[in-house]
Design a binder for this molecule. Sequence first.
Ligand SMILES: Nc1nc2c(ncn2[C@@H]2O[C@H](COP(=O)(O)OP(=O)(O)OP(=O)(O)O)[C@@H](O)[C@H]2O)c(=O)[nH]1
Length: 208
Amino acid sequence: MTTRGIRRKKSSLTEVKIAVLGAPSVGKSALIVRFLTKRYIGEYDHQTENRYKHEAMVDSEPILFEILDTCPKAGEDELPNTAEIVQWADGLLLVYSITDRYSFNYIRKAKADLHSDTPVALVANKVDMVHLRQVSTEEGDILAKDFDCKFCEVSAAEHVGQVADAFQDLCREVLASRRKSKQSLLDRMLGGTRAYSRGKSDSALPKD
Ligand SMILES: Nc1nc2c(ncn2[C@@H]2O[C@H](COP(=O)(O)OP(=O)(O)OP(=O)(O)O)[C@@H](O)[C@H]2O)c(=O)[nH]1
């Protein structure tokens, strides 16, 4: 009885898969670790992709986040395994660093290469290093308008709430997009049914 209760609760979790993309050293791992543990780990050394699972409440709904920390190769302009990542992910967190113009251009190019309407969010990291700023807030805003997505400037080193908000906002976009595609599927099905019914009743009308 209890076991069944627990199972039901687990299976009722909504899963949201988020891939975090960006040029080398923009702070992808630092942002993810901040979201998962609320802690800041300055040096996070890894050479391969990492996946994490994390439960969190978003608007009173329990969500099971699956987060993919992608691993770009230094000096390469292309995102790693773009097609696979896009196929896997429900949402893409696109990260650049305000101290690194190359990382901003990388995101612009990467987004164009994605050829996908997967929901995205644009995150500018390292806002604590404002004295080394190379990319203005306005440029970030303009790029986000271009992408038709949310934008925020954060610091994995200093912010806890804002970093969590970035992941949660993207989660909301994913859920909204799911509802939209479910609704349009339903509309198409109902539309089909309506057309069929109309056809039927039309044929039942007395002929002139
Ligand atoms: N000042 C500051 N440094 C940061 C911040 N976030 C990350 N860093 C530093 O930036 C460097 C790279 O951080 P990572 O989290 O490893 O970046 P990454 O994008 O995962 O790097 P790759 O795995 O190489 O792609 C580390 O030295 C971090 O300490 C931040 O918000 N502020």
